[in-house]
Design a protein around this ligand. Structure first.
Ligand SMILES: C[S@@+](CC[C@H](N)C(=O)[O-])C[C@H]1O[C@@H](n2cnc3c(N)ncnc32)[C@H](O)[C@@H]1O
Length: 502
């Protein structure tokens, strides 16, 4: 008979799970939690469930430990066209407006299904886009689908489903977009499958929005039936982070049961035919409710990526670059003078940037730059601001200006590489990464990124070589060492990411 977990330990475990994975277990679910943790304990080397809990608490949880917990503790209930009304609103009101506004502006769209489970949600979105955009081959459509449970992601990537996943689909949906490959087995067509990029991402972690994992500048974020399991505190934090992951006027779509005051405090609430959506609108009065067609967004003329040959694939990697206050310059004599006087303003801009107030950061940075044209830290931060607002062409232009000032800074070449990769120019990104490594052979993130870009190009042996280079460099670093240009990623964590993804 397994040893039950004492209640105080269960309470501690709940706090732990909430911090690490966002999952809230109210007391009524403690018997279930006890059972699941006991199962994990039996598979481990711990003698019983309480010992397993102590072991969890005493270790910095690795990604694979989180995945193991996620396998046991998450619920992946989902199906195609789940909550049809939301998809109806998407098809009838939301997407047509965005598509129309982008027809003459680069033909791009960015959608994120956060907590995608086995993929029915992002594939439904991909199919709807297929139906709405006749010339879809000319568009750069980026559909990112993330989850914390690796088993769900594996199933999603395979795209094979049983009849149960089609329990509420419109007529012909199944026959048109799936092929029957066995008894009660239906595989999604490759053309749809290729539209969606599945990646591991723990929503409780502070790793989004980020240019480098492509969680920035989203037009729509779906996060349905996910936050339902989270604490109010975490919902508030995630709402803020999603807000900064969205372009202005971008939408957050949750399930009808998740419509909440917490979200309404951050977003403008928009109602279409009894379906409530949340819209990023910094200028709207908080909680303002807009109804139906009058709520049509006016899309600003974002400068954005031109159509890619192929949408970029996403790999969770650390943030590209911190604004750099570089060493005193030797090549440009007055550079030092340029950095110091505006320091307070720069710090204000940095704080605004870190809080996701990109427009506030932008106006301070522009003032700094108009006073001192070569203020490198300000130019770099403005580059990131633009990238986070989805203005990748402007970001690239600024990065090039920064490179004019300092061609020998490996961080700048690295930043340029991340922007180029997001613009879909993988060859140019590779060239910039090679320059980074030429200038600093130990720039581990550049090796890692080169591995990722090569993976996108299906150059697997090249990719493997760069990942091996990264591992070799990491083996000389202490696991707790924070990596250059990583915004807090440790050497140990990156090693783990590479090893688990190889
Ligand atoms: C019930 S499913 C929802 C699937 C789909 N969005 C839908 O509405 O049909 C909830 C998903 O959230 C995922 N999830 C739970 N906690 C998460 C976290 N901290 N980060 C990312 N995904 C998480 C689970 O693994 C699961 O796949």
């Amino acid at each position: 008979m397994p040893t039950p977990i004492p209640e105080p330990l269960l309470a501690q475990l709940c706090q732990f799970l909430e911090n690490k994975m966002g999952l809230a277990f109210p007391a009524r679910r403690w018997p279930e939690l006890d059972r699941k943790i006991t199962l994990l304990a039996q598979k481990s080397t711990c003698k019983d469930a309480p010992a397993y809990c102590d072991w969890l608490f005493s270790n910095a949880l690795s990604k694979s430990q989180i995945e193991e917990l996620a396998r046991q503790l998450t619920i992946g209930e989902t199906y195609f066209y789940r909550d049809r009304k939301s998809y109806h609103v998407l098809e009838q009101y939301v997407l047509p407006v965005i598509i129309e506004s982008r027809r003459n502006q680069g033909k791009y769209l960015r959608i994120w299904s956060a907590g995608c489970a086995s993929g029915e949600e992002p594939y439904t979105i991909a199919i709807i886009l297929r139906q709405l955009i006749p010339d879809i081959a000319e568009w750069n459509i980026h559909i990112l689908a993330t989850d914390i449970n690796p088993d769900f992601l594996e199933k999603a990537r395979k795209g094979i489903y049983t009849q149960w996943s089609f329990r509420d689909v419109p007529e012909s949906f199944q026959t048109k977009y799936f092929e029957e490959i066995g008894k009660n087995k239906y595989r999604i067509l490759p053309g749809i499958c290729d539209m969606v990029h599945f990646e591991y991402l723990n929503l409780a972690e502070d790793i989004y929005p980020s240019l480098t994992n492509n969680t920035n500048a989203m037009d729509i974020i779906f996060c349905r039936n996910v936050m339902i399991y989270f604490s109010q505190n975490l919902i508030g934090r995630i709402a803020q982070k999603f807000f900064h992951s969205l372009v202005e006027q971008g939408y957050l779509i949750v399930s009808p049961v998740e419509v909440s005051q917490t979200l309404a405090q951050t977003y403008e609430t928009v109602r279409f035919q009894n379906v409530t959506l949340y819209r990023r609108n910094p200028n709207a009065a908080k909680n303002k409710v807009a109804i139906g067609k009058e709520a049509r967004p006016i899309y600003p003329a974002f400068i954005h990526p031109q159509p890619l040959a192929k949408p970029t694939q996403v790999t969770v990697i650390p943030e590209a670059i911190q604004p750099v206050i570089s060493e005193p310059a030797k090549k440009i004599p007055d550079r030092e003078k340029l950095v110091v006087p505006e320091d307070k303003f720069y710090q204000d801009a940095l704080v605004a940037y870190e809080q996701g107030n990109y427009h506030a950061a932008e106006s301070v940075l522009k003032e700094i730059i108009s006073a001192k044209k070569h203020h490198l830290p300000a130019i770099i931060l403005l580059t990131k601001v633009n990238a986070n607002l989805g203005r990748l062409d402007e970001a690239l232009q600024l990065c090039r200006e920064a490179l004019e000032i300092d061609k020998l800074d490996p961080m700048l070449h690295y930043l340029q590489a991340t922007i180029l990769a997001e613009l879909g120019d993988q060859p140019a990104s590779i060239a910039a990464l090679k320059k980074t490594i030429y200038l600093d052979p130990d720039f581990v993130l550049a090796h890692f990124y080169l591995g990722n870009v090569n993976l996108q190009l299906r150059q697997t042996s090249n990719a493997r070589r760069y990942f091996q280079n990264a591992l070799a460099i990491l083996s000389k670093r202490a696991p707790e060492e924070i990596l250059l240009a990583s915004e807090g990623m440790t050497a140990g964590r990156l090693k783990e990411i590479i090893e688990t993804n190889q």
